[in-house]
Write a protein that binds this ligand. Structure first.
Ligand SMILES: NC(=O)c1ccc[n+]([C@@H]2O[C@H](COP(=O)([O-])OP(=O)(O)OC[C@H]3O[C@@H](n4cnc5c(N)ncnc54)[C@H](OP(=O)(O)O)[C@@H]3O)[C@@H](O)[C@H]2O)c1
Length: 247
């Protein structure tokens, strides 16, 4: 079932995937709020759209009261946050950008006492295992991921964000429901192409990664937030998205 007009909050909306997500939601007629550090990064057509509210700031730095105000009345929240791919962005603070932003937004959603559970969609990575689904990987992959975890803080951040949703929000929270979306290696494409969704990775994120276009990831996140059947299918899970390879 497709809902009519929803109110959706996006963090990371200036990013390569986030921009697609904001645009797709606006194109479908939804009202979008974005919390962004640099509004100039939003394309003019998005920034001046009648259905967008641009909040300048950072979810990590706002007061609790401000965050509750921005979350109030939201049907869904999505995070496309990612650490900037630079030396300082990867190795420097904030080391828990993804986890702490999601935690604070969920706390705000709970404090806003929503009439229905808020749908939270978190963009993550196939590099993060779903331990609740007992996913298994080779010993070699486990060793490499362990090294990455110690050397590259963004990976540990993504793992901590998963643990937050699985352990702290859980499966029966009255105020927040969640889906963690796991794309594989991200690529840029101009249009939505065939893609498939599965509960767990079918290839090694380290030794045999597949491809996921950012626009397809945004399309699936849009479907999740706006289509009740898609939401019911994946709520509380960590679906993986791969572009479908054409021969
Ligand atoms: N690269 C891959 O192949 C790959 C594969 C699978 C999953 N992923 C995951 O995909 C996610 C997003 O990827 P992407 O390429 O779309 O990201 P991206 O283009 O780098 O966008 C990152 C977003 O995060 C924001 N951000 C970065 N540092 C911030 C900070 N300190 N405070 C507040 N906001 C901050 C950026 O805001 P500004 O515009 O203000 O900088 C931007 O909106 C990441 O979480 C990554 O782990 C990546």
């Amino acid at each position: 079932m497709i809902a009519s007009m929803l109110d959706i909050l996006i963090v990371g909306g200036t990013g390569a995937t986030g921009e697609h997500l904001v645009r797709q939601l606006l194109n479908r007629g939804h009202r979008v709020r974005v919390i962004v550090r640099t509004p100039e990064k939003l394309p003019d057509s998005v920034r001046h759209h009648e259905n967008i509210t641009v909040v300048i700031g950072n979810a990590l730095e706002m007061s609790d009261a401000e965050l509750v105000q921005h979350v109030q009345g939201c049907d869904a929240i999505a995070s496309c946050l990612g650490h900037t791919l630079s030396f300082g962005g990867i190795l420097g603070p904030p080391w828990r950008l993804v986890t702490d932003s999601a935690t604070r937004l969920c706390q705000a959603a709970q404090a806003s006492e929503p009439a229905h559970p808020v749908r939270f969609v978190l963009m993550n990575s196939t590099g993060c295992r779903d331990h609740a689904a007992h996913e298994r990987v080779s010993i070699w992959q486990r060793l490499v991921v362990q090294a990455i975890r110690m050397l590259i803080p963004p990976h540990a951040d993504n793992e901590a964000a998963v643990a937050f949703f699985q352990n702290k929000i859980g499966q029966s929270n009255p105020n927040v429901q969640w889906v963690v979306v796991r794309p594989d290696s991200l690529i840029n494409e101009d249009g939505v192409t065939p893609y498939h969704i599965q509960a767990s990775p079918s290839r090694s994120a380290i030794f045999d990664p597949g491809k996921t276009s950012r626009i397809n990831a945004a399309h699936f996140m849009t479907e999740l937030m706006t289509d009740s059947d898609t939401w019911s299918q994946w709520v509380g899970q960590m679906p993986v998205i791969y572009n479908t390879e054409t021969p």
